[in-house]
Write a protein of this length. Structure first.
Length: 251
């Protein structure tokens, strides 16, 4: 059974009671919250996080209000990078305060950009493979033929990491078939020099660039996930090295 009751007061904070103990937590200043969709869910998550860590009722209220305020960052809105860092620093205690990194926000923004592209282009067949194999390699030629045949058979978009080698081969095959092609690119493929956007075989509007590998990997998996029974999706693993094996076994 639970002996705790808590009520959120929107931009005024919250009130919580445990037995005869009463805590009033004011909302944190500095957050101009205009769109609070999901703030209640985030408040609950923050409050429960505190309870599971055996924090005091006052600390649970503080964590709940911090989490509720942070939801606007998910919406890509009002909190600045410094404000986001401040939120995380105050949600964690001890040494964790000094471990806050701006990379968390960057990863989040990259992943949201990937999801937006996937929703725009549509899910389909995701190809993985070496970035090092050249156009004259037999594997490149066969992968291009495979990309062409699969695109004509399924009629769905082709997704890759947007790099050279097997990724380019499968994409060119799909383009030969006149089907949609998109890629989630990393700034530098393994064993290659950085390619400029102008040198890419992909349309700029069909491309997302990632600085971090994690959002790229997660998004490529999402691009092949079936959401409806009629979706035609697949994951195809072409010849590659350790990176391709890593993606295969992670999937």
């Amino acid at each position: 059974w639970c002996d705790i009751a808590v009520v959120t007061l929107g931009d005024k904070g919250c009130v919580a009671m445990r037995g005869t103990e009463r805590v009033e937590q004011k909302a944190f200043k500095g957050f101009a919250v205009e769109d609070t969709t999901g703030a209640g869910d985030l408040f609950s998550a923050g409050f429960m996080y505190g309870l599971l860590r055996n924090a005091s009722l006052e600390r649970c209220c503080e964590l709940g209000c911090l989490s509720g305020a942070a939801v606007v960052q998910t919406m890509g809105a009002e909190i600045s990078a410094d404000g986001w860092t401040w939120v995380h620093a105050h949600m964690h205690e001890g040494r964790a305060r000094s471990l806050v990194r701006g990379s968390a926000g960057a990863v989040q923004r990259e992943l949201l950009a990937c999801y937006e592209l996937i929703e725009s282009i549509g899910r389909g067949v995701v190809y993985y493979g070496s970035a090092r194999l050249k156009a004259e390699n037999p594997h490149f030629i066969r992968s291009r033929e495979l990309g062409n045949m699969v695109s004509e058979l399924l009629g769905t978009p082709t997704w890759t990491g947007g790099g050279p080698g097997m990724m380019e081969a499968a994409s060119l095959g799909a383009m030969d078939a006149g089907k949609a092609v998109a890629g989630i690119r990393i700034e530098r493929e393994a064993g290659t020099k950085v390619r400029s956007a102008a040198m890419s075989y992909l349309k700029p509007e069909h491309t997302v660039f990632c600085k971090f590998l994690s959002p790229r990997k997660v998004a490529l998996v999402d691009a092949g996930v079936r959401k409806k029974a009629e979706d035609r999706t697949a994951y195809v693993f072409l010849p590659g090295g350790l990176g391709t094996m890593d993606e295969l076994f992670e999937l």
